[in-house]
Design a binder for this molecule. Sequence first.
Ligand code: 0L1
Length: 256
Amino acid sequence: MTTTSPDLDATAALLDDAAREARGMDQLGLDASVAEAYDIQRRSMARREARGERLIGIKMGLTSRAKMAQVNITEVIWGQLTDAMVVENGGTMDASRFGQPRAEPEIAFRLGKSLSGVVTELEAWAAIEGVAPAVEILDSRFRNFKFNLADAIADNCSAAGLVVGPWTAPGVDFSNLGMCMSIDGRPVGIGSSAAILGHPIRTLVAAARLTAQYGGELRAGDIFLSGAPTAAVPLKPGMRVSLEVQSLGQCGFSVT
Ligand code: 0L1
């Protein structure tokens, strides 16, 4: 691995082209500040928008010890979701569009109000208009998910897909819900929503602060993915993925 100072536009184009072509590459080892890495992410997402993709929300990454240990990074990070990443609940995910896809169980929030900057947990609660079970599909551009912090942020935090289950009104207590993700009926990720920063509301509070700090937005109507309580699981064609979240219900998809 070599360490390089980034040309922001060129790095954004490199990562965007690799994502579009489902092509892997070696770790960049970007010698970039966190602000520069988010700038590369923003430029890369602008290329997607120019091709007609619509931004639909924000995902948080590395929000549990299990996730941090899996990639050896200990900072919470965020990426952006677009309409082209949505896989219909009960639908199919075409594995040929991805390089090395992995799935992880999450809690999704739908925002009724925008959130920005330093907000309290109560303010974050008040912004939620729906809660749902969700599976996030990750796909790093970097072979074997080997990257440093700046690489991961620039690569949009490996955001590649999402499957969202039925929405429930925000009155449900989602602080400590049992979550079980299964592949072909066999449990592969069992955890509690409490493992997501101690309480999933904290990821929304962190997202409000970090998006405001690094040029992102949490807008009314956006989908927000909390990050996972368990490690991500590799996906292969032929698999059937399902997630059951206590009190929230089920979602799932097939890999073709
Ligand atoms: O959503 C996540 O926790 C992943 C963020 C980026 C690291 C990875 O690809 O696992």
